[in-house]
Structures are given as structure tokens and as C-alpha cells.
Design a protein around this ligand. Structure first.
Ligand SMILES: [Zn+2]
Length: 299
């Protein structure tokens, strides 16, 4: 039996996933200066918390321009920009930087240059909140933790040196123990579906009570997850060797739930932050922009 799941780029998050967290249009026909929207975002996601290698903040746009419509998405890719332009967005807030590495040109001769042109021509500002949103309190992993059913107080898996309430990843617990198989099924049901699905390493019947999560690539937190002695670590982008060696310690089980899917729940938090601070219309993109668009041969 060969299992094939195909989710084409640009397919949508099923309604039952995003209905409970947003994707809302707020019918408040007012606007605010872009600088005010940025101030609201940075009141929680301070750019000073971003990693030194990161590139966060305003990518294009005039701080004085009026903003009536704000859209939120994980990836600044062409399909997302199309959605923003079609909806009439004045600001697109994304998690991943469009221009992480320095460039010497934004000519419309490359995919990224074309996006910059398209955004400016359509009057859409682009703003990035990346590792500063990861470490915020609440941040990207808080949204992920809530999405997969963790309750109770959440603590950073790798606390920030200057503020232990902030940091990478979160540790929490389930309100009632589940088997690894059941917890994985719960994660599948409560995260947006992608073509790649989720991957699990560990005894399916193992009892899961404490859980560590980290949205996006979590390789760097494997040691912290083992030290935390949780029952499972749910993250994304895990590679064979680190995962295989991790399993040899008989430590936490592992779940790789996909990069985009583990960060998407944060968008609703960011949307609520802006919509609660300003009279602007907001929308969470439900386009599935995970890099992998097909999986085949799973058994
Ligand atoms: Zn990411």
C-alpha cells in the first residue's frame, strides 16, 4: 500500500483549522500610519532580541503611509504576495526574512527582486518579525504549544540569558496523558495539514505527559530537550544523524511536524496583537507555503 498525499503550492488550510484562530476580516474602516502598526508589533517583538545573523524589521514601505489592511503570513513568497495584493493589503507581516543575506540589487531579474517590485508597485509594505518573535513572551512556540494541546504554565526550553521568561522553545504538559501515537494524531488534527505530514521517532505506546515544542528548525535544541527530560520534543527540520543519535540516549521521543505548520499558529497571535491595538483590518493567510508539496511511499 502506497500512501500519497499531494498538497499543491497555494492550497488552503482547511476551514476547521483556521476558523478557531482567526483569518478574520475586521470591518473597521479606519487606518493608521505604518509607523503605528510597527510600534504595536515591536511592543511585543522587540527587534533587539533578534539573532545577530537575522534580518528583521521593515523591508519596504514608508513609515508615514496609511495602513488600513494588514495581512500575516509565514513566508514572503510569490503566492503570498499575490494574495496580499489581491486583498488590497497595505502591509504584509511575515515571519521569514525575504532578504536574509545582503544583496546588491533588487532588480526584477530574480524572484526576490520581482517580489520587492511587486510590493512597492502595489503599495504594500513588508515587515519581518523572525527570531525576535521566536523568543518573545508570548512567542512563536507559545502559539505552537497551545495549538498541539499543551496546558498550564509554559516555560522556555532555552531561556534568554537576560530574561528567563523569554527564549527559544516551550515546555508544557498535557491535561491528561496520551500515548505517543495519540499525541501525534492530536498534533496532526490540530496543526494545518501539509503534503509532508509529520514524522515520529519513538515507541508509539510510550506515555506522553510533558512536551517540549519549538516552531521551525529545532536541531539546535535537541540537547536542551534531552536535559529537560520531557516525554517528547515536537519541532521541525530534524535531520537523520542528530535524530538517530538522539534516539540512542533513550530520551524524549521526537516529532517533526514540518517547518511551516509549526510556525503558522503564531500568525493568529500577531494578528490579535495588531487588531487589538489599532483600528485596521487584518487577515491571516491560509495559503500552505511549506517547501514540500508532495510525499509518496510512506508506509
Ligand atoms: Zn521558520
Amino acid at each position: 500500500m502506497v500512501a500519497v498525499r499531494v498538497r499543491a503550492p497555494g492550497s488552503q488550510v482547511p476551514p476547521h483549522i483556521h476558523a478557531e484562530v482567526g483569518g478574520s476580516l475586521r470591518d473597521v474602516p479606519q487606518d493608521a500610519p505604518l509607523s503605528d502598526v510597527i510600534a504595536a508589533i515591536e511592543s511585543r517583538y522587540d527587534p533587539a532580541w533578534a539573532e545577530p545573523w537575522d534580518a528583521v524589521g521593515l523591508v519596504c514601505g514608508d513609515p508615514d503611509q496609511p495602513v488600513e489592511r494588514v495581512m500575516f503570513a509565514v513566508d514572503p513568497v510569490a503566492a503570498v504576495v499575490d494574495e496580499a495584493v489581491d486583498w488590497g493589503a497595505d502591509l504584509l507581516v511575515v515571519h521569514h526574512p525575504l532578504l536574509l543575506r545582503p544583496v546588491s540589487s533588487v532588480a526584477a531579474t530574480t524572484p526576490k527582486g520581482r517580489l520587492v517590485h511587486r510590493l512597492i508597485t502595489a503599495g504594500v509594505a513588508l515587515y519581518t518579525a523572525h527570531t525576535n518573535a521566536d523568543v518573545a513572551d508570548p512567542g512563536v512556540s507559545d502559539a505552537l504549544a497551545h495549538a498541539v494541546g499543551l496546558t498550564g504554565p509554559l516555560h522556555p526550553l532555552a531561556p534568554a540569558a537576560d530574561e528567563p521568561r523569554r527564549g527559544l522553545g516551550r515546555i508544557g504538559s498535557l491535561s491528561r496523558p496520551l500515548s505517543l501515537r495519540e499525541f501525534a494524531a492530536q498534533a496532526v488534527a490540530r496543526l494545518p495539514a501539509t503534503a509532508a505530514g509529520i514524522r515520529v521517532a519513538g515507541d508509539p505506546d510510550r506515555t506522553i505527559h510533558t512536551v517540549a515544542v519549538s516552531g521551525g528548525a529545532g536541531d539546535s535544541l535537541l540537547t536542551a530537550a534531552r536535559a529537560a527530560a520531557v516525554d517528547v520534543f515536537l519541532t521541525a527540520d530534524l535531520r537523520h544523524h542528530p535524530a538517530s543519535e538522539f534516539a540512542e540516549y533513550d530520551g524524549p521521543a521526537l516529532i517533526d511536524a514540518g517547518h511551516w505548520a509549526t510556525e503558522w499558529p503564531w500568525l493568529a497571535d500577531a494578528e490579535r496583537l495588531v487588531a487589538g491595538a489599532l483600528s485596521v483590518r487584518t487577515r491571516v493567510s491560509t495559503l500552505v507555503t511549506d517547501a514540500w508539496t508532495m510525499s509518496e511511499g510512506a508506509k
